[in-house]
Design a protein around this ligand. Structure first.
Ligand code: ATP
Ligand code: MG
Ligand code: MG
Length: 375
């Protein structure tokens, strides 16, 4: 079997690496010539459009998946007319647009923060009464790693932002918009105690498995550390997280790995967003679980039985963002360095370290020891 992956970054790369032991071949499609996935699989290098190269890519593979949610829908459509694409077009349709995504969660009965649509000056100013201050304004499309977001914590900041984004009545300012997007969602600020994510997988006949939810810490809007299983998670919240994930998996007739981010608050869980793909907050599962997320994603889309997701111990994933780690870290027991083969640049995810331990106390000690070796 040959699997074609849209996107040739580290996620596509790790999918290929996980699939090779199963005898599966991989091709990756990415507009960036030096995509790191190209070091482990054939890279088809062309824009994300229905190009001749895309047609060739589709002809030469049997099953398709993607490593990022901004695959153009026309391109997805071209593929589904010809070959299987998992998780499929519906998952893209909802995850590409934050208003559709939030409304989907409302329809499924998953708790969301108050939100409203903003697409001009009036609707931005109205957000103060609709969702209340403080709120976060996010572009409906194309944002990631906290890009395309603005925080509003006072009336003064609100009018400042209105002047910046919509200086004229009804006219959006192209220069100040992120990626040319002039449609936003205003989200009431969630006073969370911590952030959680759950990775789940559904196969082609509808079986679902769940990974232990992880607790996630961000730095400058980028994931820094995931700890799994999330410490002190009540059985009730665990059941809720799995139930919410199952609803979404079934609603989207999903095949593959699905990731959902949540806020934990004093009053319960609030969903943030989902990603229809393998996820950075699930990388700990590569060594931390009997079957890691990349292998299970490949199993699902290849029509193979899913592997169990039992934990081998407690785990952490320490992200290498703009920094390398001294390889002496690997001398520590059950510490695993994953390097993506990219040039180091500020804020760029260049690798991660998976850290396993017998208990949370030992885990924290090992995290600190790894931290000291990051350079
Ligand atoms: P990702 O790289 O995870 O796709 P993103 O750009 O899609 O990020 P979000 O996950 O929506 O952005 O937001 C980034 C971070 O900002 C969240 O992990 C959280 O820490 C904070 N945040 C987002 N929305 C809210 C909110 N409504 N209330 C409080 N904090 C929030
Ligand atoms: Mg996101
Ligand atoms: Mg997020």
């Amino acid at each position: 079997m040959k699997i074609g992956v849209l996107g040739g970054g580290q996620l596509g790369r790790m999918m290929a690496i996980a699939g090779y032991p199963l005898g599966i071949e991989f091709g990756l499609y990415d507009p960036t010539q030096d995509s790191c996935g190209g070091q482990v699989a054939r890279l088809y290098n062309a824009p994300f459009e229905v190009t001749d190269e895309l047609k060739k890519f589709v002809d030469e593979h049997d099953v398709f998946t993607y490593e990022f949610e901004n695959v153009p829908l026309e391109l997805a459509e071209y593929i589904v007319q010809r070959k299987p694409l998992y998780p499929g077009k519906d998952a893209l349709y909802y995850s590409q647009h934050r208003l559709r995504e939030k409304q989907l969660f409302v329809d499924l009965g998953v708790p969301v923060t108050r939100f409203s649509k903003v697409d001009d000056r009036v609707s931005l100013l109205d957000a103060a009464t609709e969702v209340g201050i403080p709120f976060i304004l996010k572009t409906t499309t194309l944002g990631y790693d906290g890009k395309g977001q603005y925080r509003v914590t006072s009336e003064a900041e609100l009018s400042e932002l209105a002047d910046k984004l919509f200086p004229e009545m009804g006219e959006a300012c192209q220069e100040t918009s992120y990626a040319g997007v002039n449609e936003y969602i205003a989200e009431a600020f969630v006073n969370f105690t911590r952030e959680l994510s759950i990775i789940s997988v559904r196969d082609q006949v509808g079986n679902c498995v769940f990974y232990s939810p992880a607790e996630n810490d961000h730095r400058d809007g980028i994931l820094h550390l995931s700890v799994a299983p999330a410490p002190n998670l009540s059985d009730e919240k665990l059941a809720n997280l799995q139930g919410y994930a199952q609803k979404l998996l079934e609603k989207l007739n999903y095949v593959g790995v699905l990731s959902i981010e949540f806020f934990e608050t004093e009053d319960g869980l609030v969903v943030n967003e989902f990603a229809p793909r393998v996820h950075n907050s699930g990388h700990w599962s590569m060594e931390g679980c009997v079957t890691g997320q990349f292998e299970n994603h490949i199993r699902a889309i290849a029509g193979l039985p899913l592997g169990v997701t039992d934990n081998r111990s407690v785990s952490a994933m320490y992200n290498l963002v703009g920094h390398d780690v001294d390889r002496s870290a690997m001398a520590m027991h059950d510490v695993h360095v994953h390097w993506y083969g990219k040039d180091i640049k500020p804020k760029r995810k260049v690798g991660h370290v998976n850290i396993l331990a017998d208990d949370y106390l030992q885990l924290q000690q090992k995290i600190d020891d790894v931290d000291a070796l990051v350079k």
